[in-house]
Design a protein around this ligand. Sequence first.
Ligand SMILES: NC(=O)c1ccc[n+]([C@@H]2O[C@H](COP(=O)([O-])OP(=O)(O)OC[C@H]3O[C@@H](n4cnc5c(N)ncnc54)[C@H](OP(=O)(O)O)[C@@H]3O)[C@@H](O)[C@H]2O)c1
Length: 275
Amino acid sequence: MKVALVTGGSEGIGRAIATRFAKENYHVVIAARDAAKLTEAASQIKTEWATPVVPMPTDVRDPKQVQDLVEQTIADFGQLDVLVNNAGLYSTGPTEEFTLEDWHQVIDTNLWGYIHTIQAALPHFIAQQKGAIVNLCSIAGKLPMPYLAPYTTSKFAISGLSQALSAELSPKGIQVCAVYPNIIKTAFPEKAVLQGKNPEDKKARYQQLKQTVSMPFIEKPEDVANGVWQALQNNESEPILGSAKLMGGLHALLPRLTQRMLRMVFQNKDSLTSH
Ligand SMILES: NC(=O)c1ccc[n+]([C@@H]2O[C@H](COP(=O)([O-])OP(=O)(O)OC[C@H]3O[C@@H](n4cnc5c(N)ncnc54)[C@H](OP(=O)(O)O)[C@@H]3O)[C@@H](O)[C@H]2O)c1
């Protein structure tokens, strides 16, 4: 039986990916910080798909906890086949309003969290001469997003990391895949790092996110899980999923127009001045 480890597997996209692997008969380990939520997710997936799903509470920002997570997974199951780096958070606001703590929160989770798991799992993959690393990126890792500076920085870094690893590791039998979704219907606004020019701007950003994810045409975590599964089956290294293709295509054709459009979408109550 193959083994998948999914960070951020307690909810949203990570939970859908963990469910997809369970459906495909994988043994699954899920990691996140909130132990109660993680245990609930594990028992629900386990009951539904009758496969072992183990919750391992972990903060991916802590390299020691991540090392223990990977070692415990291999000790419990004897192997690790797929590492899915997914634990992450979003940020929005005028860049001058983000504190250094905000930047650290985003980069430490979205970038260092991924580096920690790769650092821990890679020697194992190299030794067994096979394995797969899936990195949840975002169209914000291909397309520079105004007002999302910490988030877009972390996702561009993940894109570069994934491409470098793919080039280096594919001859060693290790598949590396960065996945690029557009906005997905999850509860991510609740944990997002939000800043604003004033309390009204900050509140408007939260409401904008909530409104956007509630729209019926917004893609679902299961769509991303299917995209991840298909990418692994087809050995794709950079799948751009669903409506993200449209955004990427528009940016490639008309970068200035796309930038202006995104600025209008994300500026909220920030007043734009140009001289
Ligand atoms: N939703 C979107 O629109 C969208 C679009 C493109 C890409 N993505 C990417 O997809 C991934 C998942 O997003 P999502 O929308 O599913 O987010 P979500 O619903 O907010 O879930 C985030 C998951 O990550 C975990 N997590 C957060 N910080 C963590 C930490 N320090 N250590 C361990 N686990 C942590 C959370 O659990 P705890 O809080 O309990 O730790 C939770 O399980 C992220 O990398 C995100 O950037 C999302």
